[in-house]
Ligand binder design. Sequence first.
Ligand code: ZN
Length: 497
Amino acid sequence: MPSDPWSRLRALWSEVDDLQRAAAVLEWDQLVNMPPGGAEARGEQLATLHRLAHERLTAPAMATALADAAQAPAAAPDPAWLRAAHRIHDREARVPADLVAERSRAGTAGYMAWARAREEGAFATFAPALARVLDLTRQYADAIGWTGERYNALLGLHEPGLDATLFRRLFGELRGALVPLVARIAARPPHAATPFRQPLPDAAQWAAGVDAVTAFGYDFTRGRQDRSIHPFSTAFGPGDCRITTRLQRDDFAVGFFATLHEAGHALYEQGIPASAARGPLGEPCSTGVHESQSRLWENCVGRSLPFWEWFLPRLRHLIPGAFDAYTPSDCYRAANVVSPTLIRVEADEVTYNLHVALRFELEQPLVSGDLAVADLPGAWNDGMQRLLGVRPASDLEGVLQDVHWSDGGFGYFPSYTLGNILAAQWLERAARDLGDIPALLGRGAFTPLLDWLRTHIHHRGGGPSPAELVQDLTGGPIDTGPYLRYLQTKYSELYGL
Ligand code: ZN
């Protein structure tokens, strides 16, 4: 082990990072390649790697190295490095190892109970496991520590420095604008997604997705695409950032937009500097900032009219005959059909945040104990009625649809909406430097936008908090204004409001 404090700290941190990335490789393999027979052994392997990483991160040697490095600030390569390391280390060190193990086991049991409840269509099958997970989640939040309310501890895992008070305001602003917008759109003649609803060969759909994300700048020498049941992205370092997709023969939009979304995540990871690898700055700065990249490429770019003006001729070439009858405008309308539905992952841009608002409204009282698990399905259905004007006929289309809470993922949902808000803030800011962004997209010139994101967001890695990043870039706070302007302008034009 090196003797100077900074080298020693970096060496110790690299080992923790290696263990975590190795676990991520096993998780990727589990979802992409592993035969069912591998499940049990894989669970053990992952538990071992996660335990080792936690032990090494919270070991006395790491605490000593952090303290020694803090005594030698002049030698620090980057003050943000130590700040980020302290934030992660201090949080994890407060959590007893037994609680980590207990949460992991309850999370696995919770996931299995959720899957069984979905098969049986019975929330009651899930309820006891969910109550157990909630109890351990509260203990975990208390171990980490919180100010204001317990939920803030969980939110802070995903969005360092942000709290429930801010999100209550953001969701309030979105609800106030979006509930009436959805109602106005619902009163207009509905659009159909006709161009995308035709049987298309798998290989051609795959090629179309690859063509678009390659043009965006996704580097296949530092990434690859595979198939999985639920699309996701993962990174083992800036030189290996992978995506997965899922193609549906009769609906081109399902696979294509998932590919754009996951590539947006991977472009972020590919843009984190190699010099930050294996350290705390090699992480993205928050879940919401990560999501801002995927939403920007999927929605603001991929569901725009200029994109379809550029892409449709290429699509006609890649899938001969299938799109000859359609114009870019047809594809643009098909990519942006708005309709209040029951399932979050199938929701359009306008209704999506209302689905997230519901989850945010429910998980706060669940965590505080003000909402009993037994009352959750009813509260869910009432909330859907209030926010979207639709009511699930069963818990399968209601409270049982998302996996997140089953293994304790409370405080995660708000990051989805933060990603939408931030994507619009980035685009308004980027337009000041790049000028007419739609004109660039219409020519398939994606490099200026990617370079802008690289310079201002990706290259900073895990250094700034989300609020600092927004302040540095826009000179102001996190703001729903640009996002609401974007939605109002786009959908007023699309639906003739
Ligand atoms: Zn995402």
